[in-house]
Design a protein around this ligand. Structure first.
Ligand code: SF4
Length: 343
């Protein structure tokens, strides 16, 4: 299955959330149908046609577009569906742009998943970000989407103005009640040219550190995943325009945010087992499947360094092994030299 992304920056959004410069985030300058057509053409050069493929309208708020423009854009994906190049469409929009009329239109054009920019379920935080909608509108939008049979995605943020970790946790509890199908998690960045950039320059806003953003994102990730919600992205797509020199003024940016979050969760999960193994022997061996090794090690071996300090003076080594499951074992006394190590 492939996703054909079609960016429709800012045109559909009369709002200006304090953190958003949608033109920068989406990497596109216009929202014209012609722009969408060009993007589709480019993708079709290498995407193999399949009804399992999906076209995805990103950027801006699709259902806030002029209705004629929505129809023109959906006509492009209708054409793809009729050629069986794709089987369905997904898009993102704002919670306050969901109503029966809009959903009838989307349903008639093969849209199956609607992602909502929720960001927070705390009205104080929503107001501070000048989102222009309330948490109640999110609840209503999700209910209507489900009534019309759409799969629902939620986009959540950490590090927003006026947002504490306690507020993030409360948001997660409310989002779980909504039972979304998929979610994205975005640590807030300070992007050049946004209202937040001015607050940052005036020292009125302090973004999260990378470490704290990972901690809070990991909390959301773990809770939602445990409830069966598929996490489809953590962190903004690191495209050329977002990463252009001077564009990100501050904030917890990392091109592999998702991997950092998964490493953090593995650290949380494995630490009790490592401590237990360390109690029983001269050292600890972590045997892990190759596919997990970089996540187990963490960024620049940060997990290994953390665990080594934790079990010192005992040894801790990692073996990538042909095993499907992670295994933590202890090294019996006087047997250290027998451990096959990589460190
Ligand atoms: S609603 Fe979305 S597209 Fe519009 S300004 Fe806010 S974040 Fe940007």
């Amino acid at each position: 299955m492939a996703i054909i992304p079609i960016f429709i920056p800012h045109a559909g959004c009369p709002h200006q959330c304090v953190f958003c410069n949608q033109k920068t985030i989406s990497g596109q300058k216009t929202a014209a149908v012609e722009g969408a057509r060009k993007q589709i053409k480019k993708w079709l050069e290498w995407v193999k046609p399949s009804v399992k493929n999906e076209a995805a309208f990103y950027g801006g708020s699709f259902t806030g577009l002029d209705i004629a423009l929505q129809k023109e854009l959906l006509a492009l994906t209708d054409e793809l569906r009729s050629k069986k190049a794709i089987g369905s469409v997904r898009l993102s929009t704002r919670p306050d742009y969901i109503d029966a009329e809009r959903l009838e239109l989307l349903r008639a054009h093969g849209v199956q998943l609607v992602e909502l920019g929720v960001q927070s379920m705390d009205d104080t935080v929503l107001a501070a970000a000048e989102r222009g909608h309330s948490a109640k509108q999110v609840v209503e939008a999700v209910a209507l989407l489900k009534e019309y049979g759409f799969a629902v995605g939620v986009q959540l943020m950490v590090g927003m103005p006026e947002q504490s970790f306690a507020s993030v946790k409360a948001t997660v509890e409310q989002v779980l009640q909504l039972q979304p199908d998929v979610a994205r998690i975005y640590p807030l960045l300070v992007i050049k040219g946004t209202p937040l950039a001015h607050s940052y320059e005036r020292e009125e806003f302090v973004p999260l550190t990378l470490e704290e953003a990972v901690r809070q994102s990991a909390y959301i990730y773990k809770k939602l995943r445990a409830a069966g919600v598929k996490i489809i992205r953590v962190g903004l797509q690191a495209d050329d325009e977002l990463c252009a020199e001077g564009n990100i003024l501050a904030g917890p940016f990392h091109p592999a945010m998702g991997e950092l979050v998964q490493s953090y969760l593995l650290r949380e999960e494995l630490t009790p087992q490592i401590l237990e193994a360390a109690r029983d022997g001269e050292g600890v061996i972590i045997s892990c499947p190759c596919r997990l090794e970089s996540k187990v090690r963490g960024l620049r071996n940060s997990n290994i360094i953390y665990w080594k300090e934790l079990v010192a003076p005992r040894e801790l080594t990692i073996k990538n092994a042909e095993v499907s499951e992670m295994k933590i074992t202890f090294i019996p006394s006087n047997d250290l030299e027998k451990a096959a190590t990589q460190d």
